[in-house]
Write a protein that binds this ligand. Structure first.
Ligand code: ADP
Ligand code: ADP
Ligand code: MG
Length: 451
């Protein structure tokens, strides 16, 4: 096992990883930007190294500074968390060439599955159902129009290197497509350094259902059930749950075994997520694979009683999985609500600044993963997510009740947060019924404004 791990991240996920390391008896090294000097991850770690100025590009995205920090502190491995370098094959390559273990899949798997269009090619080969669309990337507008005509409008133009809900645009007519094709390409080039795009049919009223998989270096791979992430705003997840309210155990078995099939075909090692879209008739289609730990991993942990971060570390250290598919049991129901420092009544504008007072919820079946505290100043430089509230119940109804009472206990003063919006969602009849699609938030916001 490793003696010391460097955590190349900040915020709640850095704390989550430090906590897992402590429980495993592993020493931790935090890295931080100038703005994050007063952060909890700096205090919780055994050692901490400042890696640069506040902007991500000068700190958390500075490869040289991070690798040097690992070298001077003698860290044997780096955990990248999510975001930043988590899906950067070049970073994984650099770690390897410096003899530092990257806690995640091989650089080659990140390259293969991180390219959304290439990942679809792999699924096509092994006959996993795909959303209809282009085979590979689309180079010209003429080609784009031909494919759109074949699959039928409306369609989506998607950036091959996209992520975080960015680089996806709808077109309902050929005229709109001419516009969308070029803007998506230009934006993808600017945001992801790769202008490749592909086309997918727009699935109407879909649900987002993803499978957690975990694989060791000995070819063992299991899935840990699904997470339903249908509650989204602008293709970004807000609330996640497991199990999905619409999936039967037979469908779970089929989708889960396809997720494992994909991971095996990709030679995938460590934790990963296979994302599917599910249409009204419960047909499912592969969408993409995320080659990292995800924000919403706690819902899976709560219902499977596993610690995914510890498993990631054990696998990276060369240990075999200690369980088989038939050992995985799903217990009850879990929700996660992302808490963002945003002014949701004003276009979800980021709301950084000082938290004058903060009280985090507790009690039975409540987990709060967050780095905030009374007096903490949220810097304006990073993602606006400041925490995740996770609750468990024997069934969906009980998990909702627990979430409602936990949200009532949560107090964050001084900044705007999405807590009041989340409370309304958990009270909403359509939400409680479980019968909705990814357009839930759009409709919910429109009807909230009317009220
Ligand atoms: P999840 O882990 O559930 O997929 P997100 O999609 O919100 O969660 O992504 C996790 C984090 O990584 C977020 O901070 C998001 O902004 C960031 N992220 C993911 N992919 C990319 C990407 N390709 N480029 C930039 N940021 C990304
Ligand atoms: P990202 O890499 O940013 O996570 P995804 O390809 O996973 O991008 O898509 C993000 C979200 O956009 C999905 O969760 C889903 O809600 C929506 N989406 C993506 N593709 C389609 C599609 N073909 N039809 C309908 N919705 C889609
Ligand atoms: Mg996705």
């Amino acid at each position: 096992m490793f003696k010391k791990i460097l955590i190349a991240n900040r915020g709640e996920i850095a704390l989550r990883i430090i906590r897992a390391c402590k429980e495993l008896g592993i020493h931790t090294v935090a890295v931080y930007s100038e703005a994050d000097r007063p952060s909890l991850h700096v205090r919780y770690a055994d050692e901490a190294v400042c890696i640069g100025k506040s902007e991500s590009s000068k700190s958390y995205l500075n490869i040289q500074a991070i690798v040097s920090a690992a070298e001077v502190t003698d860290a044997e491995a780096i955990h990248p968390g999510y975001g930043f370098f988590a899906e950067n094959d070049h970073f994984a390559d650099v770690c390897e060439s410096c003899n530092i273990k990257f806690i995640g899949p091989a650089a080659s798997s990140i390259r293969l599955m991180g390219n959304k269009s290439a990942a679809k090619d792999l699924c096509r080969k092994i006959q996993v159902p795909l959303v209809k669309g282009s085979e590979g990337t689309v180079k010209t507008i003429e080609e784009a129009k031909k494919i759109a005509e074949e699959v039928g409008y409306p369609i989506l133009v998607k950036a091959s290197a996209g992520g975080g809900g960015k680089g996806i645009r709808e077109a309902h007519t050929p005229l709109a497509l001419s516009n969308v094709f070029f803007t998506t390409k230009t934006e993808a080039e600017a945001s992801f350094g790769n202008g490749d795009v592909y086309i997918e049919k727009l699935i109407l009223e879909p649900r987002h259902i993803e499978f957690q998989i975990i694989a060791d270096q000995n070819g063992n791979c299991v899935h840990l059930g699904e997470r339903d992430c249908t509650i989204q705003r602008r293709h970004q997840k807000l609330i996640e749950e497991s199990p999905s309210p619409v999936i039967s155990s037979e469908q779970r078995r089929r989708m889960g075994s396809d997720a494992v099939k994909i991971a095996k075909e990709a030679g995938y090692v460590n934790a990963g997520t296979v994302e599917f879209l599910v249409d009204k008739d419960l047909n499912y289609y592969f969408m993409e694979m995320n080659t990292r730990i995800q924000v919403e991993h706690p819902v899976t942990e709560v219902i499977t009683k596993m610690d995914l971060i510890k498993e990631q570390i054990r696998i990276a250290a060369g240990e075999k999985l200690s369980f088989r598919q038939e050992d995985i049991k799903i217990n009850g129901h879990a929700f996660e609500a992302r808490i963002n420092a945003e002014d949701w009544e004003n276009g979800f504008r980021p709301s950084p600044g000082m938290i004058h007072f903060c009280h985090l919820p507790g009690g039975r079946n409540v987990r709060m993963d967050s780095h905030i505290y009374s007096g903490y100043v949220i810097p304006p430089f990073y993602d606006s997510m400041i925490g995740k509230l996770i609750t468990w119940g024997r069934d969906r109804k009980e998990a909702i009740r627990t979430m409602e009472r936990a949200l009532d206990e949560l107090v964050i003063e001084g900044i705007k947060t999405t807590v009041p919006l989340t409370k309304r969602i958990f009270h909403d009849g359509n939400f409680i019924s479980g019968a909705y699609s990814t357009s839930f938030m759009k409709e919910f916001m429109e009807s909230s404004i009317q009220k």
